[in-house]
Write a protein that binds this ligand. Structure first.
Ligand code: MN
Length: 422
């Protein structure tokens, strides 16, 4: 459970024992301590935590791997999902009520122009007619005691909802809040329809902890046993305004017509911790960006035999900018790696390709490679008017110029580019 996980982070944790308001105040603390978990002990009588998974080191440490290995752990789990184990009991089953109001829960309003109070760490689990279980992140704006607007990007949950909505029916879902990072990362992957993200979480659990994910059926829909809050809810065939809201780039996303979700029952563990995921914060970067790194890695690997590492950088909101290190074997490998990286993550806008002696986790080292190994007239690739991210305000209708920097050493003059060492 989240409490033990946070306790184990020890002195890293910022504890806020004074009462904190859920309107804007939580944001101030999370921005002040961007890389440290913050535990709020009194948000209207509830406990809240944020920045829990805001660094690569904390995530990889919890999963028992080095940060360089995270990309492989995720790749393996996405390629080979594993069945979860259905159990009959879970700590959240201890507290269950149909008498609650979302207005009384510690659901933050993060920024002044947000359309309302937002669930940001919520994962939705749904089952289709054939029994397939989908699990995905969705932000939800609270619009009443039991109602919210749910942002459904046209992917899997959207198509499950649409199938029902066209018949005038509701979609039964479970909403979970307060999860360990293997569940969060699994929920953030973009795998094909028919591959269950719950089974990706189970594969991660087997690799990290040597045991499958345990799940409990709540009214016929499985949810992870270790989650803090579970809600039984229905997504209606009815739309309402959602937004504005800050997305990963830290800029405002606009108002859209989105489905209404109605909350019917709430379950929670004793003394639950509500997870406040700061939009545009490092934790948001990690959870959205890390599952994209395996896609870039795999795409580059198809064209360059030896890929050393891939990192989406915090400076690029872990969405728009990447660094890829390769072992160059042929002249031109750097440029091929650039093109492949764009294919692997279509939202990518800027990629820097370096040799394996560069530390891709150190922005200064990457800049050093650009400073000493790159010539703009030869080594720069610009792709005008490509389709990019809708989250980049400088793109027009998602059309963007992409650019790649080949900062690898020329093979025939390699020695001249070596860093002096002792
Ligand atoms: Mn899915």
């Amino acid at each position: 459970m989240l409490r033990e996980i946070i306790e184990n982070f020890g002195d890293e944790v910022v504890r806020v024992s004074t009462p904190v308001r859920k309107e804007l105040e939580i944001t101030r603390y999370l921005l002040r301590h961007r890389e440290r978990p913050v535990l709020f002990e009194d948000v209207g009588g509830w406990q809240v935590a944020g920045n829990i998974w805001s660094t690569r080191d904390r995530i990889s440490g919890y999963l028992g791997v080095r940060k360089e290995e995270l990309v492989h752990l995720l790749t393996d789990s996405m390629e080979k999902p594993r069945p979860y184990r259905v159990v009959s009991n879970a700590p959240f089953l201890k507290n269950s009520t149909s008498d609650f109001s979302l207005l009384e829960l510690p659901i933050p309003k993060y920024f002044p122009n947000d359309g309302g109070h937002y669930f940001t760490s919520a994962i939705v689990v749904a089952r289709d007619e054939k029994g397939f279980v989908n699990m995905s992140f969705h932000r939800m704006m609270v619009t009443g005691e039991r109602r919210a607007a749910i942002r459904l990007v046209p992917r899997h949950l959207y198509s499950m909802w649409k199938d029902r909505a066209e018949k005038g029916e509701e979609l039964d879902v479970r909403i979970i809040v307060g999860n360990p990072v293997h569940i969060l990362l699994a929920g953030a992957t973009s795998v094909a329809y028919g591959v269950s993200e719950l089974e990706i979480a189970s594969a991660l659990s087997e690799k990290a902890f040597g045991k499958p994910l345990e799940a409990v059926e709540v009214g016929g829909i499985p949810v992870p046993a270790e989650t803090e809050f579970v809600f039984e809810a229905k997504i209606l065939p009815e739309l309402t305004n959602e937004g504005p809201f800050v997305d990963i780039t830290g800029t405002y996303d606009y108002v859209r017509r989105q489905p209404v979700v109605v909350f019917e029952r709430m379950y929670h563990v004793d003394n639950p911790i509500f997870h406040a995921l700061l939009p545009g914060g490092y934790e948001h970067y990690m959870l959205m960006g890390l599952p994209k790194e395996p896609q870039i890695y795999a795409a580059v690997k198809r064209v360059v035999p030896k890929v050393h590492g891939v990192r989406l950088t915090e400076g690029g909101a872990m969405w728009l900018h990447a660094v890829v290190s390769i072992t160059k074997q042929h002249e031109g490998d750097g440029k091929n790696a650039i093109l492949a990286a764009f294919a692997g993550h279509p939202s990518l806008k800027h990629v820097t390709v370096v040799d394996e002696d560069i530390d891709i986790y150190d922005d200064r080292d990457v800049e050093w490679a650009v400073a000493t190994r790159f010539q703009a007239d030869r080594d720069l690739v610009i792709i005008p008017s490509a389709r990019g991210s809708s989250l980049d305000p400088s793109a027009e209708k998602s059309l963007t110029a992409k650019w790649g920097i080949d900062a690898t050493k020329p093979l025939d003059r390699k020695e001249e580019f070596e860093r002096a060492r002792i």
